[in-house]
Design a protein around this ligand. Structure first.
Ligand SMILES: C[S@@+](CC[C@H](N)C(=O)[O-])C[C@H]1O[C@@H](n2cnc3c(N)ncnc32)[C@H](O)[C@@H]1O
Length: 255
């Protein structure tokens, strides 16, 4: 299978069927009324369609959102796009920045960091589980646009190699245990983000941040309400994602 987002396509019948496929693969792709060979889709310009037994299927280029939600293999809970968008803003991620992260998990947040810091930026990501590394590498290769990610198979307690990082994001069970190490890797004024799923984890994180003299800027939970795409009976979906995690944001102060 080829690498990168540009070899991925979305197939949709615009009636509820949607699939992300790799056009470098020779796989048979099952459709509601037949199949297509993935690599044959190379002939179709994104935005155009093909027909099977009179039924129309549109081919679209695959964006990073669709890749992460439909194609990324998960061994862990991932950070969802609703949270990722806000994290990128609150950590002031932009081209050229140097960002740290732990743990890498399935690499969902890592891929968005990689895109946001661009060619000149770097993402240094720490994952302690050796058995996750191969999957993370595959996930990153499938969606990454820049060769700007350094992946360490290392627990963050063992030390962070980098110094003077612009920002760091923590998504692991006991973030308060490693905040002093993260503080050392951040530049003064640097941004910190933490995701924790439960409120008791917030309390412990806040206390440690206060002791380490961080400026705590926000604790927030982001809700998203999706709607049924029916113009005549427009109303919210019956089921919504009730909770993913709480986000804590802070800045490193000197001294
Ligand atoms: C919830 S997952 C992270 C998901 C990731 N943010 C994503 O969007 O795909 C948490 C990961 O942190 C890793 N982890 C836990 N403690 C760690 C530590 N001390 N150092 C490095 N990685 C750690 C776990 O093995 C797990 O893969």
């Amino acid at each position: 299978m080829s690498k990168g987002l540009h070899t991925k396509r979305i197939i949709t019948d615009n009636e509820g069927f949607k699939k992300v496929v790799d056009i470098e693969s020779s796989r048979k792709i099952g459709l509601p009324n037949g199949f297509v060979i993935a690599r044959d889709l190379k002939q179709i310009q994104p935005g155009n369609f093909f027909e099977i037994k009179g039924k129309r299927y549109y081919v679209l280029s695959c964006d990073l959102y669709e890749y992460v939600m439909s194609k990324l293999k998960r061994r862990t809970q991932i950070i969802y796009p609703k949270d990722i968008g806000y994290i990128l803003i609150k950590l002031d991620i932009s081209p050229g920045k140097r960002i740290g992260e732990a743990g890498t998990g399935s690499g969902a947040l890592t891929i968005f960091f990689s895109r946001a810091v661009g060619k000149e930026g770097r993402v240094y990501t720490y994952e302690k589980r050796k058995d996750f590394i191969e999957l993370i590498q595959r996930n990153l290769a499938g969606g990454r646009e820049f060769e700007n990610v350094v992946l360490y198979n290392r627990a963050v307690e063992e030390g962070i190699h980098e110094k003077e990082l612009d920002a760091f994001f923590l998504d692991l069970k006991e973030p308060w245990e490693v905040l002093d190490i993260v503080a050392e890797a951040l530049k003064p004024d640097g941004y910190l983000g933490v995701l924790v799923p439960t409120t008791n984890q917030i309390s412990q994180t806040l206390k440690t941040l206060e002791n380490l003299n961080f400026l705590i800027s926000e604790v927030v939970e982001i809700m998203i309400r999706e709607y049924k795409l029916n113009a005549d009976r427009f109303r919210p979906n019956d089921i919504m994602v009730g909770h993913t995690g709480y986000l804590i944001f802070a800045r490193k102060l000197e001294g």
